[in-house]
Ligand binder design. Structure first.
Ligand SMILES: [Zn+2]
Ligand SMILES: [Zn+2]
Length: 197
């Protein structure tokens, strides 16, 4: 989308600073916006920009979803990305997390920073469910793994590993309940001690 704006600006013979003056923002914001930081401009500025450059923009998303975006972990080896094979191609279906766009969320499985947009820098469309970008077709998670077996066998083994990892993590969550109950016990003992004093 931002590429479209840059093209339109140049076609109208405007510099970034001239455009910034027309819409009432700083040149640096235009520059950031054109290099793909679509969050560099407020909605009002974006609408002013679209007006000046005669570019059509999509209507604002409904209020209840504003500020909340879907995010995914970009690491192929992460258990949040479920591998499968289509033809000979290894694909990953990311588990999506809904989070505030202002938050720099961490992946609950591997700790990596979460991404919210298509990894193709010319697209950067917000992620939707599925292994590939709905807008440009780029894979959300690139298979950065080198396979020493068929993609099919690798994906099958990996899915089994992921099931095991997920089972382990539910056990760990249950174990985390123990310190709290021990605390209760200790608290009760303290109460009893105080009473006997
Ligand atoms: Zn992860
Ligand atoms: Zn894309």
């Amino acid at each position: 989308m931002h590429g479209l704006f840059k093209k339109a600006r140049r076609e109208q013979g405007l510099t970034q600073s001239e455009l910034a003056q027309l819409v009432g923002c700083r040149q640096s914001a235009i520059s950031m916006f054109e290099s793909g930081r679509v969050d560099a401009l407020s909605r009002d500025t974006l609408e002013a920009l679209a007006n000046v450059l005669h570019v059509e923009i999509l209507p604002e998303p409904p209020a209840e979803t504003t500020g909340q975006v879907l995010k995914y972990c970009p690491i192929a080896e992460c258990p949040s990305n479920i591998p499968y094979v289509v033809g000979d191609q290894l694909c990953f279906n990311p588990s999506l997390v809904r989070e505030s766009s202002a938050d720099r969320g961490h992946c609950p499985s591997c700790g990596e920073f979460l991404e919210s947009g298509c990894p193709n820098p010319d697209c950067n469309a917000p992620i939707r469910d599925g292994a590939f970008c709905w807008s440009c077709g780029e894979a959300h998670v690139a298979p950065a793994v080198s396979l020493n077996q068929s993609a099919e066998a690798w994906a099958r083994d990996r899915r089994k590993q992921i099931r095991d990892i997920r089972q382990l993590s539910t056990i760990t969550t249950r174990e985390h309940a123990t310190p709290a109950s021990m605390l209760n016990l200790r608290d009760r003992t303290n109460v009893q001690k105080r009473k006997t004093r």
